[in-house]
Every structure is written in structure tokens, then in C-alpha cells.
Design a protein around this ligand. Structure first.
Ligand SMILES: Nc1ncnc2c1ncn2[C@@H]1O[C@H](COP(=O)(O)OP(=O)(O)OP(=O)(O)O)[C@@H](O)[C@H]1O
Length: 303
């Protein structure tokens, strides 16, 4: 696989006696979009700040774009990093264009690229409006434009979609997908586990400072051991389902005239192939990311 964009080996960060993250190994590659999920205080922001070099690890090593992000040589690497903090506050009296120009100068970037950036995040028409008049979604898009200054190779976004309505969220993810497809490494933290479904290549689950899981959603589903359910509707409910074992043994009746069975992922194709013609409706219910997350947290609680 290509060289890691960000690599954490055995990273622990403590604040006094508070352990914020503990013994984290994590590798992020170019061209992947990774979701970092966990409850409040799980350690998501601390991990992002470590990757940015804003704080140093108490133990272990952090390599960002090939170097120590908090080291003396980090300035150059930072120009290739984009960061959207959790609570981004802009000066309300400045326009979107002025705000972006301010950040471009801070990042020593050519301001002539700004108009293109504002267009990319859908703010071209609002560039001359004061930020104080922007909606939350527009402010987040301006924050993203700020993070995109200088065409970063790594984008670290701390809860970028919190407070956005579903349409704005979708637009935000579309922009992230395009960046990922262009080769950027995108990491975004979120509490909203379900919304990451279909949006990220991989999910890293954090709980109380520890990495609980790391993998694609399908891999996490397998690991969590939650099996899919197959639901069907029949033209006419078979009496045998109610009256005793027969072909429908293993199927449970559900309200609304449905039958349901729980099966292994590998058995699904065979089950679907063998469904009789009286089946009028088929639905495969796979565990949601929330179910998977709950299963990992339960496992940790049991440990
Ligand atoms: N500067 C700090 N000083 C002391 N404790 C800190 C500091 N920063 C983080 N912590 C603690 O470290 C733990 C992890 O915090 P962190 O902000 O990384 O979590 P998070 O997953 O980002 O949470 P949230 O979703 O609420 O933003 C928490 O217990 C927090 O109180």
C-alpha cells in the first residue's frame, strides 16, 4: 500500500492524571476517508490535535506527512494540512471572501486561488456577504474552504457536520468525496455514527481514550457478530408458521404480516435463491452503525 499520510504508534496523551488517549496505533493513507467516532470525551479531538502537532504525545510517536508534526521542521508540512476545528468562530463583520483572504495570508497561500475555493464549497454567490448573515451550513462550508487552502494532502475535520441539516450534510460529504477521490486523506470525527454509513471507507471507534475497532463497516459488522435479518412478505401467510414446524421453521412472524429470520451473511444468497414464488416482498435488514457501535461498547463493558 502507498506510504502513510499519518501514522500513530503506541500514542498516549495524558493531561495531569486524565488519560485522554491510550496506546493508539493508527495509520491513515492517501485517498481514504476515515470516520473517527466515539462519545463525548472518547479522545477524538485529542487525536486530531496530536496529528496536527498542536499537542505532543506523552508516549509513542506521531508522524504526519512523513515528519513529527510538533517538531522544528513541521512548518512546511503544516501547509499541506487542512484543519476544521470543532467550534469554528469567524468574525461576523467580515465577508466570506475577506475571511478566507485572512486565513490564506496566515497560511501563506496565494489569495488568487480563493475565488475558486469559495466556488468549490458553493459560496461563490455569498462571498461578498458578511459572515454574520450566514447560516450554520454556510459557515461550515466557509470553514471547509479555510481547511482546503493550499490543496492539503491531509484534511482533519472535527465534527464538521454537527448542526447541519441533512441536505447540507449530503453536500458536505460530496465535497469530501471529491477531495478523497483526488487523493487527499480525509479524517472526520463524529458522534453521529449512522450518518457515516456510505460516506467513509473506514471507521475508527474510540471509547474512553482507547481504540475499540478499526475497519470497513462490513468488517466491523462481522467483528461485532451481529447477523443480518431477512424479512419477507408472503401473498398469503402460511398457517404452518403459526401452527408448527415445516418449511418455515426458523422464520418468526412479525406484526404487519412479515416473516423474519436471522442468518449468516454467507447464507443470504442461498436463502434468497430458494425463496418460494409466493414471496411478494424481500428486505435485508443489516445492523446499522449504531448497532455495531453499541455491540463494541457492550463488549468493552463486559471485559
Ligand atoms: N487540555 C485538556 N486538559 C485536560 N483534560 C483534557 C484536555 N483536553 C482533553 N481533555 C480530556 O481528555 C478526554 C478526551 O477529550 P477529547 O476532547 O479528546 O474527546 P472527544 O472525543 O473529542 O470529545 P467530544 O466529542 O466531547 O468533543 C476528556 O476526558 C477530556 O476532558
Amino acid at each position: 500500500m502507498n506510504e502513510a499520510t499519518i501514522r500513530l504508534d503506541g500514542v498516549t496523551k495524558t493531561f495531569g492524571r486524565q488519560v485522554a488517549v491510550q496506546d493508539i496505533d493508527l495509520v491513515l493513507h492517501p485517498g481514504e476517508c476515515v470516520g473517527l467516532v466515539g462519545h463525548n470525551g472518547a479522545g477524538k479531538s485529542t487525536l486530531i490535535k496530536l496529528m496536527l502537532g498542536l499537542i505532543r504525545p506523552s508516549a509513542g510517536t506521531v508522524r504526519t506527512l512523513g515528519g513529527d508534526p510538533a517538531g522544528a521542521e513541521a512548518g512546511r508540512a503544516r501547509a499541506a494540512l487542512g484543519y476544521l476545528p470543532e467550534n469554528v468562530a469567524f468574525q461576523p463583520a467580515m465577508t466570506g471572501a475577506e475571511t478566507l483572504a485572512f486565513y490564506a495570508r496566515l497560511k501563506r497561500q496565494d489569495v488568487r486561488a480563493n475565488a475558486g475555493l469559495l466556488a468549490r464549497v458553493g459560496l461563490a454567490g455569498a462571498a461578498r456577504r458578511r459572515v454574520g448573515t450566514y447560516s450554520k451550513g454556510m459557515r461550515q462550508r466557509l470553514g471547509l474552504a479555510q481547511a482546503l487552502l493550499g490543496q492539503p494532502r491531509a484534511l482533519l475535520l472535527d465534527e464538521p457536520t454537527s448542526g447541519l441539516d441533512p441536505a447540507a450534510r449530503q453536500e458536505f460529504y460530496e465535497i469530501l468525496r471529491a477531495l478523497r477521490d483526488a487523493g487527499a486523506c480525509v479524517l472526520l470525527s463524529s458522534h453521529a455514527l449512522a450518518e457515516l454509513e456510505g460516506q467513509v471507507d473506514r471507521v475508527v471507534v474510540m471509547d474512553r481514550g482507547r481504540k475499540m475497532a478499526d475497519g470497513s463497516l462490513s468488517a466491523l459488522r462481522r467483528l461485532a457478530g451481529i447477523r443480518p435479518r431477512l424479512r419477507i412478505r408472503l401473498a398469503e401467510a402460511p398457517r404452518a408458521v403459526v401452527n408448527g414446524p415445516d418449511d418455515w421453521a426458523g422464520w418468526s412472524p412479525l406484526p404487519g404480516g412479515l416473516l423474519e429470520t436471522v442468518c449468516d451473511e454467507a447464507d443470504l444468497p442461498g436463502l434468497l435463491r430458494d425463496l418460494p414464488p409466493e414471496v411478494t416482498e424481500v428486505d435485508i435488514v443489516r445492523p446499522s452503525l449504531d448497532d455495531v457501535y453499541a455491540a463494541f461498547l457492550r463488549r468493552e463493558g463486559d471485559a
